[in-house]
Design a binder for this molecule. Structure first.
Ligand code: CTP
Ligand code: MG
Length: 252
């Protein structure tokens, strides 16, 4: 009866555009992956952490995380895969027979709080076998068809109008029913393993962007618990600025 956290850090951070992997980018002199690991450990409910790192950087990532005295729980580092899904699978392979709960968390969400980690693990321990944090969305969301449709013919006499990429709207989900989901996501280990096994044997057009989606694909129940603003994902330079604000706020 232990909880293992898979901390995904194997991405390259293309959209951030730095010359080092995103997880190694620093805020206040501390790499994002270490910020995330510290909060997982501080929750008091995580027994070990497996960090998935860019292939070839295991020793570098081990140095920055495992030597951080504030982490204080055992940290292992494993090479990630070409997709986030493959990276999570690589981490999951290191779960032991006693690990009955698995958390999957993005190093790109460095300031997800220890309280959020506890909330997710509590929900799993209460019997929910797949738990994701989520927040209400502020924008109205529309589903659209693929952008590579033949362009609509330009109305005559409108000049450049025809060059605008226009995506036909399919539907508008009720905003009150929508949640933007975050990590850490928490699972019963056997269920998550089954979900990843099934996904690995299934041909899909697009890789899963979160683990709960793989559980949903099995037809199993997933529940949402309250997420938080501080768990925002760092994707662009703007997010680094926002995350820094949250870091300063949390220190007060
Ligand atoms: N990730 C991973 N293995 C991959 C791809 C992504 O472990 N092959 C991790 C990232 O390190 C990150 C999380 O999954 O912590 C969410 O991915 P994302 O925000 O897309 O990060 P990157 O893939 O690094 O960024 P980008 O897509 O801009 O390249
Ligand atoms: Mg990515």
């Amino acid at each position: 009866v232990t909880t293992i956290a898979i901390l995904t850090a194997a991405g390259s951070g293309t959209r951030l555009g730095r010359d080092i992997p995103k997880a190694l980018v620093e805020i206040d002199g501390v790499p994002l992956v270490t910020h995330a690991a510290r909060r997982l450990a501080a929750s008091g409910v995580v027994d070990s952490i497996v960090v998935t790192c860019p292939p070839g950087l295991a020793s570098v990532v081990a140095d920055v995380v495992a030597r951080d005295a504030l982490v204080g729980v055992p940290v292992r580092v494993v090479d990630g895969g070409a997709t986030r899904q493959a990276s999570v699978a690589a981490g999951l392979a290191l779960a032991g027979p006693d690990d009955d709960v698995v958390l999957v968390h993005d190093a790109a969400r460095p300031f997800a709080s220890a309280a959020l980690v506890r909330r997710v693990v509590s929900a799993v321990r209460d019997g929910h076998r797949a738990v994701v944090p989520g927040v209400p969305v502020v924008d109205t969301i529309k589903t659209v068809t693929d952008a590579d449709l033949p362009p609509a013919p330009a109305p005559s006499g409108t000049g450049a109008m025809g060059a605008v990429v226009a995506e036909p709207v399919i539907s508008t989900p009720q905003r009150a029913q929508l949640r933007a989901v975050q990590t850490p996501q928490g699972f019963d280990r056997a269920l998550l393993e089954r979900a990843h096994d099934a996904a690995a044997h299934r041909a899909v057009d697009a890789p899963a962007t979160d683990d709960a989606g793989l559980v949903e694909a099995l037809g199993e129940r997933v529940v949402v618990v309250a997420g938080e603003d501080a768990a925002l994902k760092v994707t662009t330079e703007r997010d680094l600025v926002l995350a820094t604000l949250y870091a300063r706020q949390a220190e007060k």
